[in-house]
Write a protein that binds this ligand. Structure first.
Ligand code: 3HC
Ligand code: NAI
Length: 678
């Protein structure tokens, strides 16, 4: 059966697409739409048209798998022009998510009706693109430039109610009566002149008040810095006010083509599929029976325990949190409440939602209260003896069949699992700080972890809004293991004469939110310090001894002013110079290129080793980890994709030039002219 069919309801022709899973607008669908409109126009009995989709959603966009391949059949732009030109009114009936090209289909229709749960958006910018089927020209003409800007330049979908409020949707209809309501609505439009989006006049706001564009740039500077597509989006929306519709469409095409040919779009499309691939665990049937997780226990209400708990509370899953002492418990619970209240103050949560989340939190000082939990996550001190003791105790108390997880950053999960009688139910769930905010979850697969346990954790991660990737057991897993060589090079280079702020700046220029020394200041230079100011063995000891504990005391590697602006410190420079002199390190000027290569190439090398050892299932999983857990810039596609774009041969040459080791897999791939991804 064709993916697009038509049904005639008296004088209304309903064009229905059924192209699972998300009704992507592939060649067959585009052809089907054109054929459907031709049928409506050539059949005299037909007086109005409805376009709707079967399955879980209205068109969720162009078919991304077709990108980069020769175009087959009509292009979406042409198809939509034919649709809009129809002399008979056309109504889009929207459910699920009308995204990208799907939103553009809706815009080309003369009217749009939607169910309350529907969402609409132009997320192309998240794929390094802008809408390419006249969305940037039609949308501002319908809702105005000001309302169009966030949709096109930031790309988050909006609710049906919001779409209605800004004039993008004409009517909200019943959740379960979309098909019938659409036909009735279409019937009401018969005889009226079709409302063509390309002829709308709302775009005048951008001409009358052109400062909205600069204001928007400034307001969103942090979100769009480094990305090419957002600026193209702003220019396209601006053009929608300044140029004729036909010229605006030409401008959009030009901008779209340029982005599509660039590396950022390739990188971001790589990431789109990488994130989805990371959900798949080699050798495990995705349909395997899962373990129901109705209640979660957390051990330790410190920095991590509290944040981890919030993820579950926010998803409506009851949490029991256990501490050793009342003060620690009260402090932990207090922090959770304060975090929620701050979110509410910023308008991102209602007071009721805060209370709802807090009402399903049970603070406790007794391990016994964890007995009935389906999953217990341990977040106590990072010490193997402590972890072993805790897991022995948990194993004896928590019901059989429940999963026991550790949030350890570095320790060996197999060794922890071995103290229990249920190693197949033990795994690592490595959250990142702040755990209620950071997207990444590394799921650490122990030697004995059972398939259903692993898959349960994977599915649960989606429920709590995390992006997950599976790692094998090795020190630091995927993320921290790759951080180590970068840190090592950073420390070496400041002893060889590079300024520490230059090292941070190189990473900032590359697109990281901060460099290693800023990170150290933020986390606290004194973390793990022995607290004896007389004992000075390392640079950290020296900084801590003079009270340079980091941002919390306004001085660490940098001096901080009240606005938390950093300035390099002469005192620190002096301390570093003394250490370098003591070690007899020759000082030299180190170029930015060398700094970048020595920071990033060893990470790629470590990534290759991780792959070689089978600690990551695929190179793209490593990209997912670094983009979501460590701020690796999305527009480069992650360390392994970036390495592919640099060229593996060049990386090997660079590593050798700096006297650094080259992993076997990296060398083999480089010699063969190969890539990590694809
Ligand atoms: N093209 C091709 N495949 C797509 C796709 C698309 N646009 N959108 C989703 N898929 C695939 C996914 O890869 C996944 O495949 P898999 O099962 O083999 O891994 C499957 O559909 C289901 O997707 P999700 O796992 O993401 O399902 P969810 O229910 O969580 O989310 C969604 C659904 C919100 C629609 C989400 O898939 C999404 O955001 N899709 C992308 C939307 C988008 O970016 N559209 C714009 C495309 S660019 C464009 O339209 C250009 C135009 O202007 C010319
Ligand atoms: P923390 O010191 O802030 O909190 C640990 C809490 O555990 C303390 O409140 C302590 O009272 C409690 N505790 C200790 N022993 C206990 C026991 N036997 N029973 C119950 N409670 C106990 O430490 P943090 O930072 O939260 O780290 C916890 C774990 O998470 C460690 O394994 C750490 O490596 C890991 N981790 C930490 C990250 C971070 O950025 N802080 C990031 C990712 C993982």
């Amino acid at each position: 059966m064709s993916v697009v069919t038509t049904q005639k309801h008296d004088n209304i022709l309903v064009i229905v697409s059924n192209n699972p899973p998300v009704n992507a607008l592939g060649a067959a669908v585009r052809q089907g739409l054109v054929d459907g409109i031709d049928e409506a126009l050539s059949n005299e009995e037909v007086e109005a048209v409805v376009i709707r989709c079967d399955g879980r959603t209205f068109f969720a966009g162009a078919d991304i798998t077709e990108f980069g391949k020769p175009m087959k059949g009509p292009d979406l732009g042409e198809a939509l022009d034919r649709l809009e030109a129809s002399s008979k009114p056309v109504v889009a009936a929207i459910h699920g998510t009308a995204l990208g090209g799907g939103c553009e289909v809706a815009l080309a229709c003369h009217y749009r009706i939607a169910v309350p749960s529907a969402k609409m958006g132009l997320p192309e910018v998240k794929l390094g693109l802008i809408p390419g089927a006249a969305g940037t020209q039609r949308l501002p003409r319908v809702v105005g430039a000001k309302a169009a800007l966030p949709m096109i330049v930031i790309g988050n979908p909006i609710s049906a109610a919001k779409a209605h409020a800004i004039g993008l949707v004409d009517k909200i209809v019943g959740e379960d009566s979309l098909a019938d309501d659409a036909i009735a609505f279409a019937r009401e439009q018969i005889g009226k002149a079709p409302a063509r989006s390309s002829e709308g006049t709302e775009n005048e706001d951008g001409v009358k008040n052109p400062s909205i564009f600069d204001e928007f740039r400034q307001k969103n500077n942090r979100k769009i810095r480094g990305f090419e597509a957002p600026e193209a989006g702003i220019q396209a929306v601006k053009a929608a006010g300044e140029l004729s519709y036909a010229d605006g469409v030409k401008k959009e095409r030009e901008l779209f083509r340029k982005l599509m040919a660039g590396t950022q779009a390739a990188a971001m499309q790589h990431y789109f599929f990488a994130e989805r691939a990371a959900n798949k665990i080699d050798g495990i049937d995705p349909k395997i029976d899962l373990i129901p997780i109705k209640t979660v226990g957390i051990l330790g209400a410190g920095t991590m325990g509290g944040g981890i708990g919030m993820n579950f509370l926010s998803a409506g899953i009851p949490v029991t949190i256990v501490e050793l002492k009342k003060e620690a418990l009260d402090r932990g619970v207090g922090v959770i409440r304060r975090n929620y209240e701050n979110t509410a103050k910023r308008g991102r949560m209602t007071e009721q939602q805060v209370e709802d989340a807090m009402s399903i939190l049970t603070p406790s000082l007794s391990y016994e209260d964890l007995a009935d939990c389906d999953l217990v996550i341990e977040a106590v001190f990072e010490n193997m003896d402590v972890k072993k003791e805790v897991f022995t105790k948990l194993d004896s108390i928590v019901k059989q069949g429940a999963i026991l997880a550790s949030n350890t950053s570095y320790l060996n999960i197999d060794e922890i699992a071995a103290v229990t009688k249920r190693p197949e139910y033990v795994l690592g769930l490595h959250f990142f700080s702040p755990a209620n905010v950071m997207k990444l979850l590394e799921i650490v697969r122990g030697e004995k972890t059972a398939d259903d346990v692993l898959m349960t954790a994977m599915k649960l991660s989606k429920k709590i809004g995390k992006v997950a990737a599976v790692s094998g057991v090795c020190p630091g897993f995927i993320g921290n293991r790759m951080l180590s060589p970068r840190q090592e090079q950073a420390n070496l280079m400041i002893m060889e004469g590079a300024n520490y702020w230059e090292i941070d700046d190189v990473l900032l220029e590359f697109g990281f939110p901060m460099g290693p020394f800023q990170m150290s200041d933020l986390a606290g230079v004194d973390i793990g310090w022995h607290r004896d100011p007389e004992r000075i063995e390392t640079l950290r000891d020296a900084l801590c001894a003079v009270g340079r504990w980091g941002q919390k005391v306004s001085k660490g590697f940098y001096d901080y002013d009240q606005a938390r602006q950093r300035t390099p410190s002469d005192e620190v420079k002096q301390i570093i110079a003394e250490f370098a002199a003591k070690a007899g390190k020759e000082q030299r000027t180190i170029s930015k290129d060398e700094i970048r290569e020595r920071l990033l190439y060893p990470m790629v090398n470590e990534g290759a080793k991780i792959l070689e050892e089978g600690m990551a299932q695929r190179a793209s999983d490593i990209d997912v980890v670094w983009i979501n857990g460590y701020g690796w810039p999305l527009y480069t596609g992650g360390p392994m994709f970036w390495a592919d774009t640099v060229g593996l041969e060049k990386i090997v040459v660079g590593l050798k030039k700096h006297g650094l080791p080259v992993a076997k897999l990296l060398k083999t791939k480089a010699d063969a002219g190969g890539k990590f991804n694809g």
